[in-house]
Write a protein that binds this ligand. Structure first.
Ligand code: LLP
Length: 446
C-alpha cells in the first residue's frame, strides 16, 4: 500500500503521524501548507525543505513531557541540523545549545544563544577549541584527564573561570545501529566509572575550573526506554559517590539526546512522555537515595526536534527498467543524504507530484553518484514513476544536510524554510565556483 493513501478521510501510513504533511487538490504533497512540487519548480532540485511550525511543535512536546520536574532545560543538539534559521527558531523557543565544535559555537552564538545555555562536548577538542570555549564563556564537557589539564591552563592564561562537567561512559548498550551507540564499554566517548571519581577530584583542585555537572549521551535513534533508565541510574549513582567521597554537589545532570523517531510505521518507538514518565520517578528516587539536592536536568535532543520536520526533494531524471529492477534516477545522492548509505537507514519516499495516485509498481530510487551503494530507497511500492516526477524523501531534517558533502564535485543544494503557507530560502545552493573556493594551484604550475 502506498505510504500516503487516504482512507475514510484520514491518511494512513507515512502521513498518519506526520501532521505537517498532506496532499492537496492537485495530488501534490504539501508541507506546512506549501505545495512541495511548486517549491521544487521555484527553487530547483535537489532541495531541502523544513517546516518551522513542526520544529516548534516537537520542541514543545519534548519540553512539556519533562515539565513535571523543575528545573529542566532542553539543549538542542546543533549537529542534527545547524542551519542558522533553524538554530534561531530553537533559540526563540527558549532552548539551549549542545555544540561539538568551534563552528557550532560560532553558529550558536550568531543565532543568539547565550553562553550560559551552551555546552561544548567532544572527545577530542583542540587547544584552539578550548580557548574559543573559554573566551565565549560556555560550559565545557570534559572527555579526558589531559583535556582537564589543558583547559585549566588555558583558562588560567586567559584569566577566566570555566564551568565544567565530565561526560561519563555508563557502559550500556542501546539497541541501535552500532555506529550510533556511544556509551558502550568500548566507545571512545566519556570516562568510565573507575576514572570518574579521580577526574572530579582533580577538577575540584583546578584553580580555574568550577565543577558544575555531569553528562552522558548513550547513543542515537534509541527506540526503547530501558537503556536510558539503566544509564541514568548509573549516572546518579556516580553523582552520589561524588557527594559522599569528595563532597562535590553538582548543579546539573545532562542526560544527552538519543530519542528515536518513527522512520517507518512498523518500527518500535518511544515518546518523550513515556520516557519522562519512567525516568523522572527513577531520578527522584536516586536524588533522595543519595541525598542529592534538586539538580537541574538537561536533555539534548536533536533528531526528535528536527528529524521529521525536513524533507529532501529530488527530481527523477531517468527511469530505467532492467530485467531485475526499475530504477528511478534521482538528482540527489549520498552527498546530500548519507544515512541510507552509511547506516542502511530507511527513509520513506513519497512521489510528491503524484501523491494521491495508487501504488502500482516497485521502484528503487537511485542517487546520482558513481557508487553502487548510492541508493536512496530500495524496492518501494509506489505509483508509476515518470521522468520529471518530484520525490520527497521524508524525515531528512536531522543529519541530512548536516552530513552533506561535495562528493563527485556536486555543489550542495539549497534549503528552504516553510511556515504556514509561506516559504523562504534559508541557504542558497552552492555554485560551480564554490567548488573552487579555497583551492589554489601551487606556484610551480605557471
Ligand atoms: N548529545 C550528544 C553529545 C550527541 O553526540 C548527540 C548526537 C546528541 C546529543 C543528539 O542525539 P539525537 O537526539 O539526535 O539522537 N549521524 C547519525 C546520528 C549521530 C548522532 C551523534 N550524536 C544519524 O544520522 O543517525
Amino acid at each position: 500500500m502506498a505510504a500516503h493513501i487516504l482512507k475514510e478521510g484520514r491518511f494512513v501510513g507515512a502521513l498518519e503521524y506526520r501532521p505537517h504533511l498532506a496532499v492537496n487538490q492537485h495530488g501534490h504533497l504539501t508541507m506546512g501548507g506549501v505545495d512541495l512540487v511548486e517549491l521544487a519548480e521555484r527553487y530547483g532540485t535537489p532541495l531541502y525543505v523544513y517546516d518551522e511550525q513542526r520544529i516548534r511543535q516537537r520542541y514543545r512536546e519534548f519540553r512539556r513531557a519533562f515539565s513535571s520536574y523543575s528545573p529542566v532545560e532542553v539543549y538542542y543538539a546543533c549537529k542534527a541540523n545547524s542551519a542558522l534559521a533553524i538554530l534561531r527558531v530553537l533559540y526563540e523557543e527558549g532552548a539551549g545549545a549542545d555544540i561539538v565544535s568551534e563552528g557550532e559555537l560560532f553558529l550558536a552564538l550568531k543565532a543568539g544563544f547565550e553562553a550560559e545555555k551552551i555546552i561544548f562536548t567532544g572527545n577530542c577538542k583542540t587547544d584552539r577549541e578550548l580557548e574559543a570555549a573559554v573566551e565565549a564563556g560556555v560550559t565545557v564537557n570534559l572527555d579526558s584527564l589531559d583535556e582537564l589539564e589543558r583547559l585549566d591552563a588555558i583558562a588560567g592564561e586567559l584569566g577566566r573561570e570555566v564551568r565544567v562537567c565530565f561526560r561519563v561512559n555508563p557502559e550500556v548498550s542501546p539497541e541501535t545501529h552500532p555506529h550510533l551507540a556511544t556509551g558502550l564499554r568500548e566507545s571512545k566517548f566519556g570516562l568510565h566509572e573507575k576514572l570518574v571519581v579521580e577526574a572530579y577530584r582533580r577538577a575540584a583542585e583546578c584553580r580555574n575550573l568550577r565543577v558544575t555537572g555531569i553528562h552522558m549521551h548513550i547513543g542515537s535513534q534509541i527506540t526503547s526506554t530501558s537503556p536510558f533508565l539503566e544509564a541514568a541510574g548509573r549516572l546518579f549513582d556516580i553523582a552520589g559517590r561524588l557527594k559522599r567521597e569528595l563532597g562535590i554537589e553538582l548543579e546539573f545532570a545532562d542526560l544527552g539526546g538519543g530519542v528515536g523517531i518513527r522512520y517507518t510505521a512498523e518500527q518500535s518507538f518511544i515518546t518523550p512522555e513515556q520516557l519522562a514518565s519512567e525516568m523522572l520517578p527513577l531520578i527522584e528516587r536516586k536524588l533522595e537515595e543519595h541525598g542529592l539536592g534538586r539538580m537541574k536536568l538537561i536533555f539534548e535532543p536533536g533528531r526528535y526536534i528536527v528529524g521529521d520536520a525536513g524533507v529532501l526533494l529530488t527530481k527523477v531524471h531517468t527511469v530505467k527498467e532492467t530485467p531485475y529492477k526499475v530504477f528511478a534516477g534521482c538528482d540527489a545522492g549520498f552527498n546530500l543524504l548519507l544515512r541510507p548509505a552509511m547506516y542502511g537507514a530507511h527513509h520513506e519516499v513519497v512521489v510528491a507530484s503524484r501523491a494521491s495516485a495508487e501504488p502500482e509498481t516497485v521502484v528503487t530510487f537511485a542517487g546520482n553518484l558513481c557508487e553502487s551503494g548510492d541508493i536512496l530507497a530500495r524496492d518501494r511500492h509506489v505509483p508509476a514513476v515518470r521522468r520529471g516526477d518530484v520525490v520527497a524523501v521524508l524525515d531528512a531534517g536531522a543529519y541530512g544536510f548536516a552530513m552533506s558533502s561535495q562528493y563527485n564535485s556536486r555543489p550542495r543544494c539549497a534549503e528552504v524554510l516553510v511556515k504556514e503557507g509561506r516559504a523562504e530560502l534559508i541557504r542558497q545552493a552552492e555554485s560551480l565556483e564554490d567548488l573552487l573556493a579555497k583551492q589554489r594551484l601551487p606556484e610551480w604550475f605557471e
